[in-house]
Design a protein around this ligand. Structure first.
Ligand SMILES: [Zn+2]
Length: 255
């Protein structure tokens, strides 16, 4: 059932829920390899479970339908939209102060199962401010570059050719921004074009999680294959495993 290659039977985490939650493919690649067994690791990971909204983070990547579609029928997932969130707890993990103003404890990738239509819409809305100036430049450059055309324009005003190019770039960017906002509004009725408005992100926020990067636009990365190792990548069944010390054996659980 467990395809991970767990070879280090001496490890304090071997066979525990903590190990399953860390979800490393093999003991050699585990970041905790060779570290002195620290019982606090179990406390940290228990806290991580308690900071999960109902159903756990795994429901996003285990969903058989697109998690960003709002309307039925929802699309078939073809990729994952990855959005990173961070928590200020636990404090002792706070080693990445450069990432945010607050000290960062846990960091997890939310991996939204995403259909090709939702992916296309998110990409188009974010690239419109770049696409529009390029299109305008392609239209205006043939009017400005040929010498006879430029001469004609300079007769009207010396600065006119330059002004046309400047408008194509600056105006194009501004027009692209407006188009992007309008396009997002159009898409919002049928999908979560801004993942930060997704109910699961709301549920995470209620548990104290925040977007890792607090920018005006959500940082989304798309990936064909989901992130399948590290904290937050374990299957949903792992969260339902009995707790570390509940079945009598200290830090150990049976299968
Ligand atoms: Zn979709």
């Amino acid at each position: 059932m467990d395809e991970r290659r767990l070879t280090d039977t001496e490890c304090a985490l071997y066979g525990t829920k903590s190990c399953a939650l860390l979800n490393m493919p093999d003991c050699e690649k585990c970041p905790l390899k060779g570290r002195i067994a620290d019982p606090a690791i179990h406390d940290d990971l228990r806290l991580f479970c308690n900071l999960q909204p109902e159903g756990s983070i795994a429901q996003l990547f285990e969903s058989e339908t697109c998690t960003l579609c709002k309307e039925e029928p929802k699309g078939k997932p073809s990729c994952f939209a990855v959005f990173d969130m961070a928590h200020t707890e636990p404090k002792k993990l706070a080693t990445r102060k450069w990432l945010s103003k607050n000290e960062t404890g846990f960091m997890v990738p939310l991996q939204f199962a995403c259909c090709s239509k939702c992916r296309r819409r998110i990409l188009l809305s974010s690239y419109l401010p770049l696409i529009t100036p390029i299109v305008l430049l392609l239209i205006t450059l043939p009017l400005v570059l040929p010498e006879h055309m430029a001469q004609g324009l300079r007769k009207v005003a010396m600065w006119l050719p330059l002004a046309i190019v400047a408008f194509a770039i600056i105006g194009g960017y501004a027009i692209g921004k407006v188009l992007s906002v309008l396009y997002r509004r159009k898409c919002e009725s049928s999908m979560y074009v801004d993942v930060r408005t997704h109910p699961f992100v709301d549920a995470m926020t209620e548990k104290g999680w925040r977007p890792l990067f607090n920018d005006r636009q959500a940082h989304i990365a798309f990936t064909k294959k989901r992130i399948d190792k590290g904290l937050g990548s374990a299957p949903g069944t792992v969260y339902e495993m009995p707790d570390w010390k509940e079945n009598g054996a200290e830090n150990e659980i049976s299968d």
